[in-house]
Write a protein that binds this ligand. Structure first.
Ligand code: ASP
Ligand code: MG
Length: 422
């Protein structure tokens, strides 16, 4: 008998009919002898609906006081879900109990709308499991030191589930979602994309962070840090398929690099349309410049991704970096008012019509020439590369957004990702 955590996304929780199906699936696992903890998201569309209501009422400027209320509001979607699911489980003849984040409690810091989990109390949950109950815990939400309700950022229920699995030392955390696993790339862009039966944590981190929107990236970080075995699988299979078959379906996110994975040099192509490029031109090329620019950006809690600094000419250089598109206006504003005056330049350029495309694979560690193969494939399509960044297991390029799909398809082909796993 193992302790298993199931996470169900908004689509799986989208109607009472679907919630009944979730309850039947959970009941199947419970009756097979497992201790079950279930973490559901809000019913699909609900979080958007709630935040839309707030938007109708609130002024454009955001404040900490407003963010607090957004969390108070948005967290209710998950509270509805746990109540309904516990009711459905009871109707299936199981003993079930639901908890909101503050009841467990799931403790977080106070960064409203993007709080981080700090600890999870497992006492109450263990006692319920020992008493034979299925425990249903809200995703997405927690409580800070002062008792304020917080949320973990959009898609945060994945992280809740993994954190619960880590705290409970669960045997596995199964993320049921509307895709049946992790693919070599988005099948909507490349119809030949293949499902991977396993992928390493490091690869998954790179793919999640670069827009393979299967899991919230923080959940993968969490799983890696606490070594939580994680599986992504479809919630659309009939609830009564054999449990053995279900337990081996989808994509397992593994710690070890097995033989098979070493053979694939590149495991996937990730892409991301969410960034914008900012260039500060003609800054003095002297120590402290990168710190002056990016330090101010970091202090404003804005995350920076790709960074390049050109070689200097006449003691001046250009400095470019990317930020999330949502942070673009704020970053430009910040630089113009607070940073550029001290650098003796007012030249700043921005481009929001860019995208980032990346090849990802742990096999890149032991193979040379992978990046050049990528650049060749792009050049054959006439695609200009604006920025490049590399790490041990990925190479990313920033290109014009209008070539994104072309680039992804060309790279998928160039690295033979449409061929079956050998
Ligand atoms: N309901 C939240 C959202 O839509 C959290 C989640 O679904 O994971 O972002
Ligand atoms: Mg999700």
């Amino acid at each position: 008998m193992a302790l298993i955590v199931h996470k169900y996304g908004g689509t799986s929780m989208g109607s009472t009919e679907r919630i009944r199906n979730v309850a039947k699936r959970v009941a199947k696992w419970a009756r097979a002898g497992h201790q079950m903890v279930v973490v559901p998201s809000a019913m699909s569309g609900e979080t958007n609906r709630l935040l839309g209501l707030a938007k109708e009422l609130s002024p454009a400027r955001s404040s900490d006081a407003l963010l607090r209320e957004l969390d108070m509001l948005a967290s209710t979607g998950e509270q509805v879900s746990v109540g309904l699911l516990a009711i459905a489980l009871q109707a299936e003849g199981l003993e079930a109990v639901s908890y909101a984040g503050w009841q467990v409690p799931v403790r977080t810091n106070s960064a409203y709308t993007k709080a981080r989990i700090e600890s999870i109390e497992d006492k109450k949950v263990r006692a319920d499991l020992a008493a034979g109950k299925v425990v249903v815990i809200t995703g997405f939400q927690g409580v800070d030191e002062k008792g304020n309700i917080t949320t973990l950022g959009r898609g945060g229920s994945d992280t809740s589930a993994v954190a619960v699995a880590a705290a409970m030392q669960a045997a596995e955390c199964l993320i049921y979602t509307d895709v049946d696993g992790v693919y070599t790339t988005d099948p909507r862009v490349v119809p030949e994309a293949r499902r991977l039966s396993s992928v390493s944590f490091e690869e998954m981190l790179e793919m999640a962070s670069m827009g393979s929107k299967v899991l919230q990236i923080r959940s993968v970080e969490f799983a890696g840090k606490y070594r939580v075995p994680l599986r992504v699988l479809s919630s659309f299979t009939p609830w009564d398929i054999p449990i053995e078959e279900e337990a081996h379906s989808g994509t397992l996110i593994t710690f070890e690099e097995d033989e098979q994975m070493e053979q694939a040099v590149v495991s996937g192509i990730a892409f991301n349309r969410d960034e914008a490029k900012i260039s500060v031109l003609g800054v003095p090329d002297k120590p402290g410049i990168a710190y002056t620019i990016l330090g101010a950006v970091a202090d404003a809690n804005i995350e920076v991704d790709v960074i390049i600094q050109n070689i200097s000419k006449d003691g001046k250089t250009d400095f470019s970096f990317t930020v999330h598109r949502n942070d673009y206006a704020r970053t430009v504003d910040l630089l113009k008012t607070k940073v550029l005056p001290s650098l003796g330049t007012d030249q700043i350029e921005g481009d929001t019509r860019i995208c980032k495309v990346s090849i990802v694979g742990i096999g890149m560690r032991s193979h040379v020439g992978i990046a050049s193969k990528m650049f060749r494939a792009l050049s054959e399509e006439g695609i200009n590369i604006q920025m490049i960044s590399t790490s041990e297991i990925k190479t990313s390029v920033v290109i014009d957004e209008k070539y994104m799909e072309l680039a992804v398809r060309a790279l998928h082909r160039a690295f033979d990702l449409d061929q079956p796993e050998s």
